[in-house]
Design a protein around this ligand. Structure first.
Ligand code: AMP
Ligand code: ZN
Length: 447
């Protein structure tokens, strides 16, 4: 089994998983990318979706790509494309070769799906192992994975990477804070993976149980799945007395393992042998100038079952210039600044306002006006859905209104996986804006 190796850097030793690829020279890396890009186009051409799209762009074979720059001639792929292609319009291999799929929810109920062959899962696991090793975690660590196991990729993605590194993995999954604390204490968990907001919540829960974080064996946290600031990272680090590393990924690009911070924490190294990442202007769709913020667009380079060309992530970031002291050649992304669409991230769960509207409008008692409000309750996000209902329902029977509130809350939970607090209002009582209706009020402090 491979192991985390320690390479002597300039002023400190650098832990590394796969030195040959992580310290690869730029020229060799770009040669590799070009070869992988051509292969990816060959795989993509096996899907009806890309046959059509590539033909429209005047591309019929992988050899039409002469250099890496030609990636710009490829068509974009959007989340809507993935929804339209659901369930198998983007499947590039025989069904028998697929060993797993992950879906994520769409805005109006149509999900998106990413398929994996065994090769794809092996590559994904390797990428996650590199990320883990880059933070200095090793097989001597006990790793408690506090993110959801299942269709969400944060659970299984980190799980297999951590096992490959040889860590002792506790697949705790999300929630159940009392049990998380018990597991941490019983097994001296030294590394955790969670959303930043959950870690802050965990800290309050520890205080509630009279446990000093210093009594635990914790030394590192991988934090991701939601936007957060440098201040939040520092807060987590000082509250727990640990190092926290930013982890970026999205289910369309496997999940975690796309970009991760190394021990120097100077931006997130993007694994460029697995992805080509472009940053574009959200309106002109042209590449932004070096160092400018724009939308991340990504092309998979090694995925057979669901190759994606120029996927528009809607995440906003910029490249960090210069070289990282760790010596890795893979470029670094700055932390994600936000999104260019209306997707909300609520305790790490992605929610589109249209999903809420869709459910509300299918509820006969509900009127036309509603408001989605996001608040902070302690360190966790709270979703409040205020909706006007038929005036005749205000009969003075509180139980009937409680039932309706609970029914709407449950309906929304089944659609968006977050249980909102529902408030019922009389018709005409919610503010009506004059121009474009403002349906979302985000009262969470800016991250
Ligand atoms: P999912 O496909 O459910 O894994 O969600 C992926 C989305 O979560 C990304 O497109 C980002 O908007 C967000 N996300 C993931 N990791 C981070 C991170 N480290 N910082 C900020 N946002 C993140
Ligand atoms: Zn580095």
């Amino acid at each position: 089994m491979a192991q985390v190796r320690i390479i002597k850097g300039k002023d400190m030793t650098v832990p590394v998983w796969n030195p040959a690829i992580e310290f690869i020279e730029r020229e060799a890396l770009e040669r590799l990318q070009l070869a992988h890009l051509r292969k990816t186009i060959a795989w993509a051409l096996k899907t009806p979706f890309y046959q059509r799209r590539l033909a429209e762009a005047g591309l019929t074979c992988p050899e039409d790509i002469a250099s890496l720059r030609d990636v710009r001639n490829l068509p974009y792929t959007t989340k809507d494309d993935l929804r339209e292609a659901y369930p198998d319009g983007l499947l590039a291999v025989d069904r028998e070769q697929v060993v797993r799929l992950h879906t994520s929810s769409g805005t109006t109920g149509t999900p998106t799906v990413i398929y994996h062959t065994q090769h794809d899962l092996d590559r994904w696991t390797e990428l996650v192992a590199r990320c883990i090793a880059a933070t200095g975690a090793t097989r001597r660590d006990v790793f408690q994975n506090m993110t959801n196991y299942g269709l969400f990729t944060g659970g299984l993605g980190l799980h297999y990477g951590a096992e490959r590194v040889g860590m002792l993995v506790i697949p705790a999954s999300s929630g159940n804070t009392g049990r998380q604390i018990q597991l941490m204490r019983n097994f001296q968990t030294s590394v955790v993976h969670a959303t930043p907001s959950y870690l802050l919540h965990l800290h309050s829960a520890l205080a509630g149980e009279g446990v000093e974080p210093g009594q635990l064996g914790l030394r590192k946290a991988f934090i991701g799945a939601e936007p957060h600031s440098e201040e939040t990272r520092r807060k987590i680090e000082s509250l727990f007395g640990i190092d926290a590393y930013n982890s970026y990924g999205l289910s369309e690009m496997n999940g975690p393992g796309v970009a991760f911070e190394c021990v120097y924490k100077t931006g997130l190294h993007l694994w460029e042998d697995a992805y080509i990442l472009e940053i574009i202007h959200t309106e002109t769709l042209q590449p932004v100038a070096e160092g400018e913020t724009g939308e991340i667009v990504m092309t998979t380079l090694q995925r057979q079952a669901t190759p994606l060309l120029r996927y528009r992530t809607r995440d906003l970031s910029h490249w960090v210039s210069g070289h990282c002291p760790c010596g890795r050649g893979h470029r670094r992304l700055a932390r994600i600044k936000g999104r260019s669409d209306d997707m909300l991230i609520i305790n790490g769960v992605n929610v589109f306002p249209s999903q809420i509207e869709d459910r509300l409008m299918k509820t006969p008692e509900v009127g036309v006006n509603y408001l989605i409000q996001l608040e902070k309750r302690g360190s966790l996000d709270r979703l409040v859905v205020k909706t006007e209902i038929d005036a005749r329902l205000f009969t003075g029977d509180p139980d009937a209104l409680d039932d309706l509130r609970e029914r709407i809350s449950e309906l929304l939970r089944s659609a968006i996986l977050v249980k909102p607090v529902v408030e019922l209002h009389e018709p005409g009582s919610l503010p009506v804006s004059e121009g474009k209706a403002q349906r979302v009020v985000d009262l969470r402090p800016a991250f």
